[in-house]
Design a protein around this ligand. Sequence first.
Ligand code: GLC
Length: 447
Amino acid sequence: MNYKTKLLRTLVLFCVLAFSKLMAQNYIPSKENLDARVSFQEAKFGMFVHWGVYSILGDGEWVMNNQNIAIDEYEKLPSFFNPIDFDPKEWVALVKEAGMNYITITSRHHDGFSMFDSKVTDYDIVDATPYGKDVLKALAEECRKQGVKLFFYYSLLDWNRDDYFPRGRTGKGIPGRGEGEWEEYITFMKAQLKELLTNYGEIGGIWFDGHWDQKEWDGKKFGELKVDWHYDEIYKMIHDLQPQALIGNNHHIGVIDGEDFQMFEKDLPGKNTTGWGTAADQIGLVPLEVCETINGTWGFNLQDRKHKSNKELIHYLIKAAGYGSNMLLNVGPMPNGKIQPEHQSSLRAMGKWLKENGNTIYGTQKGPIEPTDDFVSTQKGKTIYLHVLNPDLNLIHIDRVPVKIKSVRVLKTQKNIPFRNDKFGMVVDVSALSKDPIDTVIQIELK
Ligand code: GLC
């Protein structure tokens, strides 16, 4: 074989290998999965629940790390975790009252404690607490009864297990951590995920978190990933067990092959005001979800009184929808299983607003105008909903809408509003309107 032929053969072989690798990696979502994505995107509003044995300490879900609580001390918590007032019926009823369509609950957080009956550890709610019952099971049953989708949050990072080794950059000051085999940890996670996908009926999906623990952070940017999370195998297993189950991963980077939705933590899509969030150029072509807390913490925090106002929360939901995104709003139930009254009342207020205005949010897509603090647009077919968030606005200037406009009206009263739409842009004159302090919706009908 001469040199040229050899080179050509190597090149062809290389291309075939590269192509087959690409094909092998390229996840093609099933029909069930694509349908689930559509209904997820239409659902628009869900409840995030951070609940675990940490709630006893009333200092958020990172308390083990933040107070450097030794493993053997922290492990005493389950022995007095007894949420006798937990009533899944009440939770799901509240979800409905709030106008929410799904729940995402922590099945296991960074402290490594499983809130479900797991056969691969005793460090779980059934084996280690006086309560002794699987709260996820009760919740899954109630969700099914009331037609609410249930997703499981699952922490990739673990401050308790020896085999979570190499350790990540968090939890370094926790006394009593051992050393073990990474591959055993992966096997453990797979076994737990299999339990979550087989023992709770059809679920909405899995919400991963903690990826970033295995990257150094210098206060400005993340370093290289230090471990192999085996996402290819894990994601495949999930999709094989339940094709409709949606996978999302709060890794703060672009969508990885096999993921079905993308989340943005404490930020509107691409805004990255936190500094460690997902950048605008990493927004993928999958359904989006922003998650936010009502006060400042995810897990129950006794002294966190920085509850956002109803107006702030409603505006966040509207803005998220203006980006085509869902909003997953968090509650951190108390150790007795109740949701704190302040948060219940915020949720009810949102539900009240949605009862009147829900058709401008649910089932919509992002509108033609980039959201601002003053106004946001959502769209359903030939209807654009222009949400006026700033009641002091008189004229709304936006880019010219490149389609003919049939009418511009106040949604509530159907009163016509003066407007202009020409090569200089579109101007809607809202000066004569008496505006709602939260949101005045203007309905623009396209021809
Ligand atoms: C962060 C935190 C975690 C919380 C999550 C929710 O990743 O580590 O405590 O569960 O955000 O978005």
